[in-house]
Design a protein. Structure first.
Length: 278
């Protein structure tokens, strides 16, 4: 009959490259009733092999049958004879893996309730994990991804545990991450932001009319008072201006806080002149 084998876990930086047998085939002799009992209770005879006791770096190790022969004889009925077992040795091919740290990418589909906004970007813990695999595999692995987090009608902050998508031939330092999504009600805010020139050479400055534009956006209640004009930059690029035959130029939002949404600029174009310093 076949006796199950269980193997201890090995550290993620070690790989076993050959397929290990799941059972040992044994031949037994005894009265039929005793053999039937052994067959019915064969899971209790499971042989446990601690692989790390046999580990040698970059080596092939043969675990001898005597390792589990003694165990089986001690757990069979006293009248049962163990005639032979197969395989008489288990080869184990050990290989050390390379490792590197890669970021975790969140796959998500978030649908917020009306009048609600993300307070900040979702937080992933840990945001970087260590991965183990042959160097040829790691060379092309630049991130790991989560299963898709889909939340509908979201109006409260939430924390969830997500599994990481497995990658063939790669082991992770952890296969789960915690994701926190902070949600709150939002309100509208407006402020005047000066128009600046970017990439202007020394001796030249931008003159725009009007000199400031109105920026309106949605922001969470908790961040409302912290948003200031210093968090924004509205600009006209020198290269676009000199190539254009029009004075009116579109302004560009160069910088803004990450926790605002639905940004609108009024007016979207301003009349521009290049003033040369004397």
């Amino acid at each position: 009959m076949e006796i199950p084998i269980s193997y201890s876990e090995i550290p993620p930086y070690i790989s076993v490259t050959n397929k290990l047998p799941e059972t040992i085939k044994v031949s037994l002799r005894d009265k039929g009733s005793n053999l039937y009992y052994s067959y019915r209770h064969r899971k209790e005879l499971t042989v446990n092999i601690d692989l790390m006791k046999w580990y040698h770096k970059e080596s092939v190790v043969n675990i001898p049958g005597s390792t589990f022969d003694t165990f089986l004889r001690n757990h069979l009925k006293p009248t049962t004879q163990l005639l032979r077992l197969k395989p008489d040795a288990i080869p184990v091919y050990f290989v050390e893996k390379s490792s590197k740290k890669v970021p975790v990418h969140l796959n998500s589909r978030l649908f917020l309730s009306p009048q609600h906004i993300l307070s900040d970007l979702p937080v992933i813990v840990p945001s970087v994990i260590e991965v183990f695999a042959p160097a040829s595999v790691l060379e092309h692995l630049d991130r790991v991804e989560t299963e898709t987090l889909e939340l509908k009608n979201l109006k409260d902050s939430i924390a969830v545990i997500l599994n990481l998508k497995p990658v063939e031939g790669v082991q992770f330092s952890t296969d789960k991450v915690k994701v926190r999504v902070d949600v709150e009600e939002f309100t509208e805010k407006s402020m005047m932001i000066p128009v600046t020139g970017t990439n202007f050479p020394d001796g030249e400055v931008l003159l725009s009319f009007p000199s400031s534009v109105k920026v309106t956006f949605f922001v969470g209640l908790s961040a409302y008072s912290r948003i200031s004009p210093r968090d924004f930059q509205i600009a006209v690029d020198h290269a676009y201006l000199v190539r254009s035959d029009k004075k009116a130029q579109n302004v560009v939002l160069v910088k803004s806080p990450e926790n605002i949404r639905n940004v609108r600029i009024q007016p979207e174009t301003v009349d521009c002149l290049i003033e040369k310093n004397k």
